[in-house]
Design a protein around this ligand. Structure first.
Ligand code: UDP
Length: 338
């Protein structure tokens, strides 16, 4: 029955997606009643099937672009975790309106529903892409320089969250996610996140398509660690705060290849991609007492244990990547050093 949990009700938008489903796992294990709001475009029911029959999980097939469709999920809610949105660089360059409608206006709909429900705390899933080509390690106060519409839309969503906090007193925090990885990372759709690309290539016995020389580093953070960061950002008394969440320990793409084992093929470096992403996590560590727990080697091991999930994922090679990233080079390459 809904709302019977002593810990209260948590709404997870995008709860059938990659990070959202890890959030659902954590909330259920902490004794909360969870309401997933998902339109099942990027999200999949299979990401929640291990909770089948759990009375503390309700699923709302609803779209954040349609406020009336999501409103009922917020009734009596204590916490809201807002992960719903659309990702990937290239489609955001090709379809900016969709990105603004979902990631900005959709967020405004979530904020209005949360406000009407009188929630205790909303936590927004922001993106470290707002920093653009940043100095590292990157602090929350670093200048904002989105490089493509996806980054802009996620940042404007965050601005809306902070505005609702400021104007309406909505209790809310934002967590800027660095490179999230983990089981259930997306297997379908546009060319994107390196794990999905490489795991499928490994299954097919094809070389890993390494961008540039592979020395670029990313601040990978395992999804279940992220879920803990979000819960800490909900439980804190603090409000109106922005926190970086990363591993704080960047890993090179060459190191990832070493752990996965196999041949490589090189594809051109592209404009707008930082050489290093590296979160300064001092603020979240000191204010929320959060720290990443899963070392990179362990996270990669878990993903390899689950590699069969990628057997139907798209298989990328240098030619199909060149084709898929054409728009990227055209629009982001303007005289910029690639
Ligand atoms: N990458 C790669 N080969 C691929 C896809 C990505 O070497 O086929 C690299 C990419 O250059 C970047 C890192 O992996 O340095 C992470 O890319 P992803 O798209 O996952 O995340 P980003 O940090 O770019 O948002």
């Amino acid at each position: 029955m809904s709302g019977t949990s002593v810990q209260g009700i948590a709404v997870v938008t995008g709860g059938a997606g990659f990070i959202g489903s890890h959030m659902v796992d954590l909330l259920l294990s902490e004794g909360l009643h969870v309401r997933v709001v998902d339109n099942f475009v990027g999200g999949h029911r299979s990401n929640l099937e291990h909770h089948k029959g759990d009375e503390n999980l309700e699923v709302f097939d609803a779209d954040i672009r349609d406020m009336d469709s999501i409103r009922p999920a917020f009734d009596g809610a204590r916490y809201v975790f807002h992960f719903a949105g659309i990702g990937d660089i290239v489609p955001s360059i090709e379809r900016p309106i969709d990105y603004m409608a979902t990631n900005v206006q959709g967020t405004v709909h979530v904020l209005e529903c949360a406000r009407a429900a009188g929630i205790e705390k909303l936590v927004y899933a922001a993106s470290s892409s707002c920093y653009g080509l940043a100095e590292t390690p990157t602090l929350e106060t670093h200048p904002i320089r989105p490089q493509y519409p996806y980054a802009l839309s996620k940042f404007q969503g965050e601005e809306a969250v902070m505005h609702w906090h400021q104007v309406y007193g909505l209790p809310a925090n934002s967590v800027r996610i660095f490179n999230a990885y983990g089981t259930r990372v997306r297997t379908t759709g546009a060319y994107g996140a390196v794990f999905g690309v490489f795991l499928r290539q490994k299954l097919a016995g094809k070389p890993y398509t390494v961008v540039g020389d592979g020395t670029q580093e990313r601040d990978f953070i395992y999804a279940s660690d992220l879920a803990k960061a979000f819960l800490a950002a909900a439980r804190t008394e603090k409000s109106g705060e922005i926190y970086n969440a990363g591993g704080g320990n960047p890993q090179s793409i060459n190191r990832l290849v070493e752990l996965l084992e196999g041949e490589v093929v090189y594809v051109p470096k592209r404009p707008g991609e930082p050489d290093v992403t590296w979160a300064d996590i001092t603020k979240i560590q000191s204010e929320l007492g959060w720290a990443p727990e899963i070392p990179f080697e362990e996270g990669v091991r878990r993903m390899l244990a689950d590699i069969e999930r990628w057997k139907d994922a798209p298989l990328w090679d240098p030619d199909s990547i060149a084709n898929a990233t054409k728009t990227w080079f055209t629009y982001l390459g303007n005289g910029r050093k690639a």
